[in-house]
Design a protein around this ligand. Sequence first.
Ligand code: GFB
Length: 318
Amino acid sequence: MNKQARIFVAGHRGMVGSALVRRLAAEGYSNVVTRTRAELDLTDQAAVNRFFEVEQIDVVLLAAARVGGIFANASQPGQFIYENLVIETNVIHAAYRARVERLVFFGSSCIYPKLCPQPIREEYLLGSALEPTNDAYAIAKIAGLKLCEAYNREYNTQYVSLMPTNLYGPNDNYDLNSSHVLPALLRKAHEARLDGFPSLMVWGSGTPRREFLHVDDLAAATLFVLENDITDGLFNVGVGEDLAIRELAECICKVVGFEGELVFDASKPDGTPRKLLDVSRLAQMGWRASIGLEEGIAATYRDFVETYASTGAAALQA
Ligand code: GFB
């Protein structure tokens, strides 16, 4: 891909978008275009059309989305389905109208059925019913990847969909009501250690299994797709290994240095029992994740401590 290409990173302040911006800068891409929400509201169709008409974008990285952990998904399904459908529809259609050739759409492994055979291959999509705690979000993400497929078929665009497993890394959301498990436990373990608490509360039974990918690996996979001229299709992006939530909690406590006890809150939902991605499709093309879980958590914790120290606990609620 041309280093002068005008690359629009939609959602550049989020965890995925900011990782993409860092990676593009490190690789020497000099024309990265970003807009804050105040500058461009992606749910406003007319504004999105105008933006694409004037900006001469070559490549879109569509990382703007309403995202959240199990509780946020389960309690705000209307916002999750509406905002994601509108953002995807506006950006993908406006990009096509403005003759943007290449686009990468980011989804999530929760698009696959709740009780999917493991590890999950891309072709298991729509094989059976979704996990109810996140079916609204999953339907929106399935619609996004289907938009890409349909536009490629009908209009010869080159729109690719990447389905990352559960992500973590810098610029994650640490608000305990809306965050995912990894940042939530990192924060809880940190505060429990500082405050000298004897125990740490983990939601659910601790038995569901999850796979975790550092967001810098997702950014690397995205550049791999763009630079190797992969122009069509759906690709899982993960590490190919998972662990139980209890094991994740133990690993986080080790990194943070919290030595108290884990307590499990059975009133909170477990969600899908397991979602381990089969990552062989991208691996066969030559890409693999490189950041190990403990190493990635340690780096994320250092970043968290710096943010926490400079902004304080209250700012992390935002
Ligand atoms: O990361 P998480 O919120 O999302 O939860 P999902 C994963 C597992 O960790 C669940 C447990 O079994 C939670 O009950 N867990 C334990 C916790 N302690 C905590 C905690 O303090 N906070 C949170 N949040 N969980 C989401 C989907 O599913 O993952 C989305 O709802 C999306 O659609 C995203 O796909 C990646 O992995 O269950």
